[in-house]
Design a protein around this ligand. Structure first.
Ligand code: MLT
Length: 428
């Protein structure tokens, strides 16, 4: 056993020696470029606030919900929490896969019409956590493709797992297939140029571009995965924001997807559950590994091994979200954030920028051709006291864009728009 060693080489300050263990660091952390995107943005926001203590900074940055959880849903959680303090209402560990009623209600609401069963739905503490668990399940030996730009969790978790090489400026991580999604191709990748990978992460409506894939595009994607024997990890976290009837709300609307896709989704952006934590992942029984073993058996093994079931209180809230009254409230909340997105969209358009997304998603994707995203981020922060998210944080093809999130109080969104107009009118 290596002994604890006092090393001068791990000294933080000369006067204070640190004690190091004999444990080698997972070298993959060294490949990551900086902190995770959103904490990095928060750090820059704090630095700006320290420099300008009187500034009222408004965030259009991280997609974090701001409005209260609607009444019917909040009441259900209150009752569940109060129940835990009584003999009759108390419960300990629940099923690791989630409460039966919640799985049934999710199935009824979102999946029964596309042939999925409640037993294929695993209730969890959120999609982000499930992505981590899926990575653990598939292990480090698989290859990965991602939309470029995409939600950074797919790439960063692949790096941490050891599936990638090092980072190259402007190109991303070696070993990852980046599938460029640019305005000129309707933010859908040219699949003819994509080599085979084991896993394909695909998010629709997309975070960050806000583009929702059409039925025809998803049919092409499913055909691509099936032909190559790949598994799609389909992130539908914003599906309820889709208004366009030509854009499916679940990948399982596409025939054959049950043999090549896993879908993950969440109440976070539907019901303001970013803090409550409740999501789910659908693993069809028909999805098989190369040797014919069912993937669902391994996902069940992962959930029962490293997860103890979602919180009792959160699941009571989730159940309420799926009942008529809660579903109506949730839909109204989504409509509110979509109105915010429309306000942002209109403002950036009026200012003469190229604007994408925002109609089927809570994100507006704004082009600043020829400029570095972090520079644009810094300019908007400096001049308007507004936090955005630099597009390059989502992948090499995000360079030259920033993302504006529609999650905010209405007054803040209106104020943000006023500031943008004041600073950028006539700039284009
Ligand atoms: C985002 O801003 O992209 C999201 O809020 C991050 C998340 O959902 O984890």
């Amino acid at each position: 056993r290596p002994k604890l060693a006092v090393k001068t080489s791990c000294v933080a300050a000369p006067e204070k020696q640190q004690v190091c263990t004999g444990v080698r660091r997972n070298e993959n952390f060294g490949k990551l470029q900086a902190g995770y995107l959103f904490p990095e943005i928060a750090r820059r926001r704090r630095a700006h606030q320290e420099k300008h203590p009187d500034a009222r900074v408004i965030s259009l940055g991280i997609g974090d919900t701001t409005e209260p959880i609607p009444r019917f849903i909040a009441d259900a959680m209150q009752r569940a929490a109060a129940g835990l303090g009584t003999l009759e209402g108390y419960s300990g560990y629940g099923a690791e896969q989630g409460r039966g009623e919640v799985r049934e209600a999710l199935c009824e609401r979102f999946y029964a019409h596309v042939g999925r069963k409640a037993s294929e739905i695993f209730v969890s503490d959120g999609s982000k956590c499930d992505i981590g668990r899926l990575q653990m399940m598939f292990g480090a030996g698989v290859s990965v493709a991602v939309q470029d730009p995409s939600y950074p969790v797919y790439v960063d978790s692949s790096v941490i797992m050891g599936m990638t090489g090092g980072y190259q400026e402007g190109r991303g991580f070696g070993g990852i297939q980046y599938m460029p999604c640019r305005p000129e191709s309707d933010f859908f990748p040219d699949l003819r140029k994509v080599g085979r990978t084991d896993l394909i992460f695909f998010c629709s409506p997309n975070n960050p571009t806000g583009a929702a894939a059409t039925r025809a595009q998803l049919t092409e994607l499913v055909a691509h995965a099936r032909e190559r024997g790949s598994i799609l990890i389909y992130d539908a976290a914003y599906a309820l924001y889709i208004s366009d009837p030509d854009c499916p709300r679940t990948i399982f609307e596409i025939p054959g997807a049950e043999e090549c896709a896993i879908e993950t989704c969440s109440f976070s952006k539907y019901a303001g559950f970013t803090g409550v934590r409740l999501g789910w992942t659908v693993v069809p029984e028909a999805l098989r590994y190369a040797d014919g073993q069912p993937v669902i058996a391994d996902f069940n093994r992962i959930m029962t091994t490293v997860f103890n079931g979602a919180s009792v209180v959160a699941q009571a809230g989730g159940l309420a979200c799926l009942q008529e009254e809660g579903f109506k409230e949730m839909t109204e909340l989504v409509a509110f954030y979509k109105e915010n997105a429309e306000i942002l969209r209109r403002a950036f358009t009026e200012l003469g920028f190229s604007v994408y997304g925002g109609t089927n998603a809570p994100y507006v994707w704004v082009g600043f051709p020829g400029q570095a995203s972090w520079d644009v981020f810094a300019t908007i922060l400096e001049r308007c006291n507004l936090v955005t998210t630099p597009g390059s944080g989502f992948g090499p093809a995000g360079e030259g864009f920033v993302r504006a999130s529609a999650f905010g109080h209405r007054d803040d969104i209106l104020e943000a728009v006023e500031r943008l107009k004041r600073e950028f009118r006539g700039a284009k």
